[in-house]
Design a protein around this ligand. Structure first.
Ligand code: DAH
Length: 360
């Protein structure tokens, strides 16, 4: 039996070395390792062997199998390499151009398109316009006042730690804002909630506003955190609003963008500008609540901060909290897109990686 193995190895090794094409190699591979291949079927004879014989033949068989496998792999690489070389070394211009044939070649048109996040924003705008929400803009460079103070987050309040803020400084001195923006230190808005007070100052309730756009934080950047990211905020003020409306709107949103019945749940969460404050969870679209890798076994994905607008904030905006109530939320768009499109690294959104963007 050892002789048999030895002969098999020798004869196939010669065939492998002299193979000229990948096709020839594939044939040899099947003869050895296919369903009825010589190596595949060989262990069938082991049952006929004495224990002592098996001790010799077993290891020999393993060694033969390994060396034939790697011989095929090596030869495959050699053939491939020589093919590449041939093409690369062929001088340019030596090939005769057959212009008639060239015309027949169909090329795929590559069209430009809007960024994935922009497309997503448009989807959202369409869905919420149907509910009577209109768009509002707030500045990306803003004052401390609108980004924090008026939202019930005074300077030195520990809640400021929730937002790692990028302040704007010049020559080591903090820039005071121009008259146009309002007094206070200048910063890059940390959230689209900087729109809330502007809306309340400008509009008389009832109103339904949505704000979509970039926000900035001094983040430790990794696959899940970016310094520049997009949020979707709503500010909805009317008589008699409650958490039930918030839950309804959350489910409306999930169904609009995930395309089927995705449940929402609210859980208590602290934000200084809402009372009660809530985290909005969406039922994990992968495991439907059973728990999986994406949702970390929880069954739910936390997608937004939200709540009933704090009476102090309403009052700051000139709205009587005894008459009106308000709903506000802020969703992170990147997180939702990552879940929906199966994108694993948030940094791809800002990377300009054409390979990635071409997929969309
Ligand atoms: N602005 C918050 C953030 O970026 C999110 C948020 C929480 C927005 C509660 C809201 C809200 O409108 O009511 O972390």
């Amino acid at each position: 039996m050892d002789d048999h193995l030895d002969n098999l190895k020798k004869s196939y090794q010669l065939d492998i070395e002299s193979a000229k094409t990948l096709g020839e190699l594939d044939k040899l591979f099947l003869e050895l390792f296919g369903k009825n291949g010589k190596i595949t079927l060989f262990p069938k004879n082991f049952s006929k062997l004495e224990k002592s014989e098996l001790k010799v033949v077993g290891p020999l068989f393993n060694q033969t199998k390994k060396s034939l496998e790697s011989a095929i792999e090596e030869r495959r690489e050699e053939i491939k390499l020589s093919g590449f070389k041939k093409i690369l070394e062929e001088p340019l211009g030596l090939r005769t151009v057959n212009s008639a044939a060239l015309k027949k070649i169909k090329t795929k048109k590559r069209q430009g398109h809007m960024h994935l996040v922009t497309q997503f924003e448009e989807e959202i705008i369409r869905a919420f316009a149907k509910l009577g929400f209109s768009q509002f803009e707030s500045p990306q460079i803003d004052s401390d006042d609108y980004n924090f103070e008026k939202l019930n987050i005074p300077e030195n309040h520990p809640a400021r730690d929730l937002w790692d803020t990028l302040y704007i400084e010049s020559g080591g001195k903090s820039l005071e804002s121009s008259e146009k923006i309002t007094p206070g230190k200048l910063l890059l808005r940390t959230h689209t909630s900087n729109s809330q007070m502007r809306i309340m100052e400008k509009m008389k309730p009832p109103f339904r506003q949505m704000i979509l756009g970039r926000c900035y934080r001094y983040e430790n950047v990794d696959a899940r955190h970016e310094h520049t990211f997009e949020q979707f905020e709503i500010v909805y003020v009317d008589k008699g609003l409650s958490m039930a409306n918030l839950l309804y709107l959350s489910e409306y949103f999930f169904q609009a963008i995930f395309g089927y019945d995705v449940k929402a749940r609210l859980k208590p969460k602290y934000y200084p500008f809402v009372e009660p404050g809530a985290g909005v969870d969406g039922l994990c679209i992968f495991c439907k609540g059973k728990g999986c890798k994406v949702c970390g076994g929880v069954g739910w994905l936390e997608l937004a901060g939200a709540g009933m607008i704090h009476p102090t904030v309403l009052r700051n905006g000139g709205i009587d909290p005894d008459v009106y109530s308000g709903i506000a939320w802020g969703f992170g768009l990147g997180r939702m897109l990552m879940v929906r499109e199966g994108i694993e690294d948030v940094r791809l959104f800002n990377s300009g990686d054409l390979k990635f963007l071409n997929k969309y």
